[in-house]
Structures are given as structure tokens and as C-alpha cells.
Design a binder for this molecule. Structure first.
Ligand code: NAD
Length: 468
């Protein structure tokens, strides 16, 4: 049993004021892994106070000093990479290959932020001597979801530190063990006291209170569009800056000249990425109407090749959903799809047989119409909705017929044509003939429409100060 009864605040693990305790359940086995003590508003006040005190000196540190900190955060995480992976495997149920990839990605963000910081123009001068400064914005409230705990915590922390800001982090209450080990790494990295502070707790209580706190200058939120809207509303009232990384219902267009043998299996991996719990999942597959039969056949074949359940198997692609609430949510959408008249090609209601955890059946709906809920709303589970289009123009129109704009995918043998289609999809990132970005460059992660505002880079954590 892992008992997490302390939180990392002001450089120390301290007992929180909050006393409520929540069980931590392994979503793969449903066994209780441990318990976490949840913080309350008093804990938020203390953490913000510590972050505010730390900001006074931390905002004055040099690029070299912050570079050393970022480097040591990277090294501290590297030393405990195996433990971090094990915690994500147990607490989140993410298959091992994806888990390892995400931990690596997370620790690398410290180096990415360091490089960006070294190239960033923190000050410049006009001809008349006027100084244009980009100064750290202040104390950041960072609120993160459970679907990639290390990635979200490290990304937010890395760029805040690079800019010279201090942070109060409210991770998901479903990631307490992962957060605890990460905090131990941060402590080992000798982060200056109060620069990074954590409050574990329930979103509606601790998250809401933190984001509304008067001493917070920037709210960096990753999570659902529903909560993002609420945060936007009070940020507007208090004129606070926000970075919002929100939900998606991303379209994947297979054009009529695409190689279906490649594009269709890839469409399944895009839809079921992170067990379907991925913000960028291509959960709407748009195909030419006369290819439905062939695509259906290939989807079923591809589904047979997807390994589910043995999350320690390097080949495993789908693990359990995070918790009962998420399982029930996915079930309600599957039921809704059936009730609305979509046709089940695979999967359906109920748990996957032979597995103990929160395993929904990987589900594929065909004959999905654009006005159905399963075509419009983010499900956040392994459920793919297949829609048909008559021509390219209709495909683009259907792709954009959503309040979201996080990602998009296009498959075609004609790269020029694919680019032309991609340029008409309103989304932060459109992938051509691929499922993920595998390059090494620093690319901003952005969302369009109700999928988000701002990018997680140094610029977003700074504000202008002009001295003349
Ligand atoms: P969520 O919005 O329910 O919760 C996210 C975080 O906000 C959690 O820490 C939660 O405790 C907290 N929270 C909940 N209610 C709050 C409130 N009223 N005020 C302040 N904080 C509150 O989302 P989730 O279920 O944890 O995560 C899934 C969602 O996150 C999906 O919609 C997914 O698309 C989105 N997401 C987006 C990105 C991106 O980069 N765009 C990345 C990952 C996840």
C-alpha cells in the first residue's frame, strides 16, 4: 500500500491541512494500490503564498542559473525513469511501450525548454535606448488531467521555470503516485524552495479555488472543454492570462486515392491511441461513400491485430480506462450510438471478457451521421465513428463541422492534394499520412476553436515591460 499523506510545498514534503482520503485503484486489476490525502483551500493558500515569496528572487535569476536547474530536473528524472514507468503502469494502466515513450518525452521537455530559453530574447533595446523587456508573468496555477501525468506536469513546469515563474500545480487526483515520485525527483534536483508546489485535490474544490486565487497571474489548464469554459469565464472577470489545452473530436480524412491497406490500420491506431484517452485521437473517420465495404473489412482485420490487456507486453496497444466514471461515460456513448441508429461494426456495450479492469470493448460504429452525438462529442475511450462523404469538398466541410479544432489527419498518395486538404482543416495540428509527429524540432502544441488558446512556450509565461 502506498500512502501519500504529504504534499510537496516550499521544497519539502509536508502534511496537508486537508484530511479527506481517497483510495488509489489500479485500473487494470481493480486492486487498491494505496491512498492519497486530499488538500483543501487552506493548502492552496499556503502553496500560493510560498510560490509568491519564491517568485521575488526566482524572477531575478539568470538564464544560466535556470539552465542548470532545467538540466538537473532532466537528470533527476532520468535516474528514476524505471520507477516512473512502473508507477504509470500501475496507477494509470497505460501499456508499457506508450508509457516509456511518454516518460522520455516528459523529461526531454526540460532540455527543450532550456534550449528555447537560451535562444529567447528576454531584452532588447530601441535606437533611443528604450529597453523592451520580457519579464516572467508571476505565479502560475497549473492544472493537469490524468491522461499523461508526467507530460503535463513537466511541460508546464519546464516553460514556467525557463521564463522565471513559480508554480502551484494541481495534478489530477487520479495521478497521486506518479506525482509523488515526480516530486521526489524535483526535490533531488534541488529546485529552489517554493518555485514548484503541489496541491493534490478534487477539481471542483481545490482546482477551482486555485485558479480563482487573487495571487495567480496565469492559469495553465489542460483538461476538458467544459472546465476550460468555466476557467475562461472567471479569468475574463479577473483579467488573468490563460493557456488552455482542451478536448477534441479530430477528423481523419481518407481520400479516395489513399492506400487503404496502410491508411485504415493507421486510422485505428490514431483513434485508439492512449487506449482512446488521447486529446488528439482521430475519433471521426471520414471515408469515400463507395469504399465503406472495403474499409469495414480492413478495420475488422486491423482490430484483430491490436493487442489489448497485457499492459506489460511491449506489443500491447490498449489498456484499461482510468476509472469507473470514465468506463461508464464510454458505455453511455456506446449506448447512445446504438440508440441513435449507428451500426456496430465491432465492440459494443459491456466489459471485455477475461479482463478484470476497466476495459471497454474497442468499438467501431459505421453509418454514423454528422448530427449524432457520437460524431460530435468527445468520448475519450476506444470508440471510432465512421462517416462517409461524397466528394472532397464535403469531406472538408464534415471535418470542420465541430466546435473542436485540436488535430486532423489526411491520407492520400498525392502529397500536394493532401496538403491542400490539410490547409483547409481548422485544427492546431494536421498530420499527413502519419499518426504522430516523430521529428526532433520544437513544434508548438496548439488548439484551434474550442480546443484551446495559447501555446506552452516561454513567450506565454512572460509579459512586456518597457523602460525608457
Ligand atoms: P477535467 O477537465 O475533468 O479535469 C482536468 C483537471 O482539472 C483535473 O486536475 C481536475 O481535477 C481539474 N478540475 C476539474 N474541475 C475543475 C474546475 N471546475 N476548476 C478547476 N479545475 C478543475 O479533464 P480530465 O477528465 O482530467 O481529462 C480529460 C480531458 O482533458 C479531455 O477532454 C481531453 O481532451 C483533455 N486533454 C487535452 C489535452 C490537450 O493538449 N489539448 C491534453 C490532454 C487532455
Amino acid at each position: 500500500m502506498k500512502i501519500i499523506d504529504k504534499v510537496y510545498v516550499n521544497g519539502e514534503f509536508i502534511k496537508p491541512y486537508g484530511t479527506k482520503v481517497m483510495n488509489i485503484i489500479n485500473p487494470d486489476t481493480l486492486k487498491i494500490l494505496g491512498e492519497v490525502t486530499l488538500c483543501n483551500k487552506k493548502d492552496v493558500n499556503y502553496a500560493v503564498k510560498c510560490a509568491k515569496n519564491a517568485f521575488v528572487s526566482f524572477s531575478q535569476t539568470s538564464v544560466e542559473e535556470r539552465g542548470e536547474i532545467l538540466q538537473s530536473l532532466y537528470e533527476a528524472m532520468s535516474k528514476r525513469e524505471d520507477e516512473l514507468n512502473e508507477a504509470a503502469l500501475l496507477e494509470y494502466g497505460s501499456p508499457i511501450t506508450a508509457t516509456k515513450g511518454r516518460t522520455k518525452f516528459a523529461k526531454n521537455t526540460f532540455l527543450v525548454a532550456k534550449k528555447q530559453m537560451e535562444e529567447f530574447k528576454f531584452s532588447s533595446r530601441l535606437e533611443d535606448g528604450t529597453k523592451i523587456l520580457k519579464t516572467p508573468i508571476g505565479v502560475v496555477a497549473a492544472i493537469a488531467p490524468w491522461n499523461a501525468n508526467y507530460t503535463h506536469i513537466c511541460q508546464k513546469t519546464a516553460f514556467a521555470i525557463a521564463a522565471g515563474c513559480s508554480i502551484v500545480m494541481k495534478p489530477s487526483e487520479y495521478s497521486a503516485i506518479q506525482t509523488q515520485i515526480l516530486c521526489e525527483c524535483f526535490k533531488d534536483a534541488n529546485l529552489p524552495k517554493g518555485v514548484f508546489n503541489v496541491v493534490n485535490g478534487i477539481g471542483e474544490e481545490v482546482g477551482r479555488y486555485l485558479a480563482r486565487h487573487k495571487d495567480i497571474s496565469l492559469i495553465n489548464f489542460t483538461g476538458s472543454t467544459k472546465v476550460g469554459r468555466e476557467i475562461s469565464a472567471y479569468a475574463a472577470k479577473m483579467i488573468k492570462r490563460t493557456i488552455l489545452e482542451l478536448g477534441g473530436k479530430s477528423p481523419n480524412i481518407i481520400l479516395d486515392d489513399a492506400n487503404l491497406d496502410v491508411a485504415v490500420p493507421m486510422a485505428l491506431t490514431i483513434a485508439f491511441s492512449n487506449s482512446g484517452q488521447a486529446c488528439h485521437a482521430g475519433s471521426r473517420l471520414l471515408i469515400p461513400y463507395d469504399k465503406l465495404e472495403k474499409v469495414s473489412e480492413l478495420l475488422l482485420k486491423a482490430l484483430k491485430n491490436i493487442k489489448i490487456g497485457d499492459i506489460r507486453d511491449e506489443e500491447c496497444y490498449i489498456g484499461p480506462l482510468i476509472n469507473q466514471v470514465q468506463f461508464d461515460r464510454v458505455q453511455s456513448y456506446i449506448k447512445c450510438g446504438v440508440d441513435e441508429g449507428a451500426v456496430l461494426l465491432a465492440g459494443g456495450l459491456g466489459k471485455l471478457e477475461g479482463l478484470d479492469g476497466y476495459y471497454a470493448k474497442p468499438t467501431i460504429f459505421i453509418d454514423v451521421k454528422p448530427n449524432m452525438k457520437i460524431a460530435k462529442e468527445e468520448i475519450f475511450g476506444p470508440v471510432l465513428s465512421v462517416l462517409t462523404y461524397k466528394n472532397e469538398r464535403e469531406a472538408i466541410k464534415m471535418a470542420n463541422d465541430t466546435v473542436y479544432g485540436l488535430a486532423g489527419y489526411v491520407s492520400s498518395l498525392d502529397i500536394k492534394r493532401a496538403n491542400k486538404v490539410a490547409s483547409q482543416i481548422t485544427a492546431g495540428w494536421v498530420y499527413i499520412n502519419k499518426a504522430v509527429y516523430s521529428g526532433k524540432s520544437l513544434v508548438p502544441h496548439v488548439g484551434a476553436k474550442q480546443s484551446g488558446i495559447g501555446i506552452n512556450d516561454i513567450d506565454d509565461y512572460t509579459q512586456f515591460r518597457i523602460i525608457s
